[in-house]
Design a protein around this ligand. Structure first.
Ligand code: GUN
Ligand code: FE
Length: 426
């Protein structure tokens, strides 16, 4: 495939490359090269000419709750723990109904497609059937996802509290089934968070992680009441981070921890050592009054970080909003921490593209050998009134753009049409 257009990407944190009127050549799923003039060996091949469109890497969202797509914007009068009890758990309980689950999953995948998220790591619910259906639909969608059946065997309402052995058996069944039947959709172990998983369940999940060499996702140090609760539940383990580590759940370079706001220097050193990906959830941290992650400091200390939506703590799956909220919250943090400079828009964009894409391998930039995930942006009539540089076009898309500006989406080298055209687009 050969595409022509203006390419913009962030190959590294703090780097921005813009290539006007360039040619991008793909071979299979991957980028073969980005050229200012087309090399002679490609001269007789068809070119998809996107004219003066801006072509950017598609988004990767490493922390999103698929069932909570129905709860966007709901219940931000409360903080984390009462918000879960009041709004989130009742919504997730509805996924015991396969008909409801099917409709919600299709709307979820259509929504991710619409907003330009081509890869994601999602929490499903505790329900084995619903989690499997989300895996199957993701496989059909053309998007690339890691999906986890949620595990919860304590401190959950009756209809969401699992028997420990059943939770482990259901999880192992899904791991095996997805390995046999799916090519592009992976399983990710998903203990909800320490307060809702007993030591025996975490130990069992640590065993499955080792046995099947699986990635893990969970929540860490999001809210002060939650952190205090974890230290009551595990008085013998000094920190929240060490609870996960004790049970083998901080797998080397294979664990995503969302929020990670209230960390000691010792916890940060451990997370850095384990190569844990910290998902910074700017919208959720504000909506649930959780706190401000010291993102600049974490990056300077060499921690792996990405930007993620955390729907429905975050009120939208659109990563454009997550990117701009990442910049905005870093500016507010700067006012009280003058040593922590705010993030630039390009840095925040990196965290939602190459930074997050790294969890899937070489993804999120237009470098040779990288999988080609991209969005083709066309300015709206309003945007086109004033001539803009490519970077200004990116700024306007991130701050005030929406799916009407996305003319085409590519994932792993293929054009992706709307996954479920007969279902709601969201
Ligand atoms: N901690 C445990 N469960 C959840 C959840 O669903 N959302 C958020 N934001 N935090 C959590
Ligand atoms: Fe979350």
């Amino acid at each position: 495939m050969i595409l022509k257009g203006t390419f913009l990407h962030t190959p590294a944190l703090g780097e921005l490359e813009i290539r006007p009127n360039a040619y991008l050549v793909t071979e299979g799923r991957q980028v073969a090269g980005l050229y200012d003039t087309l090399p002679p060996q490609y001269e007789n091949q068809p070119v998809t000419d996107w004219g003066d469109a801006l072509i950017i890497p598609a988004f990767t969202d490493l922390h999103i709750h698929a069932p909570q797509i129905v709860n966007r914007g709901i219940g931000y009068d409360k903080q984390l723990l009462p918000w879960l009890e009041t709004y989130t758990f009742p919504a997730e309980a509805r996924f015991a109904d396969p008909v409801f689950a099917d409709r919600a999953w299709k709307a979820f995948l259509n929504k991710l497609w619409a907003v330009g998220t081509m890869r994601f790591s999602a929490f499903a619910t505790i329900h084995k059937e619903a989690a499997w259906r989300l895996m199957e639909l993701t496989e059909q969608s053309g998007l690339r996802g890691l999906i986890g059946k949620v595990n919860m065997d304590r401190n959950a309402p009756d209809d969401l509290r699992e028997d420990t052995d059943a939770s482990l058996a259901d999880t192992e069944e899904l791991i095996c089934r997805s390995r046999e039947e799916l090519k592009h959709t992976g399983f990710i172990l998903t203990p909800r968070f320490v307060p809702s998983t007993t030591a025996r369940l975490m130990e069992g999940l640590g065993g499955l992680a080792e046995k099947y060499d699986l990635p893990v996702q969970s929540h860490l140090s999001e809210n002060p009441s939650e952190v205090a609760w974890v230290s009551q539940l595990h008085p013998d383990i000094p920190t929240y981070t060490q609870v996960y580590d004790c049970f083998g759940l901080l797998r080397q370079d294979k664990t995503i921890m969302a929020h990670a706001i209230y960390l000691s220097e010792g916890e940060k050193a451990l997370l850095k050592d384990r190569g844990t990906m910290l998902a910074h959830c700017a919208l959720s941290n504000v909506n649930l009054s959780s706190g401000v992650m010291p993102l600049r400091q974490n990056l300077a200390q060499g921690l792996r970080c990405c930007a993620a939506s955390d729907v429905a703590g975050g009120h939208t799956a659109a990563m454009t909003h997550t990117v701009t909220a990442t910049v905005q919250t870093s500016k507010l943090n700067w006012l009280t921490h003058p040593d922590q400079s705010p993030l630039s828009l390009a840095e925040a964009f990196y965290l939602a593209t190459r930074g997050a894409g790294a969890f899937f391998g070489d993804v999120g930039a237009f470098l040779p050998g990288y999988e080609f995930d991209a969005l083709v942006l066309r300015p709206t009539e309003l945007d086109a009134l004033v001539e803009r540089t490519p970077f200004e076009q990116l700024e306007q898309f991130l701050y005030d753009g929406d799916d009407r500006s996305i003319a085409a989406r590519y994932c792993a080298g293929a054009l992706v049409p709307q996954p479920f055209p007969n279902s709601t687009r969201g």
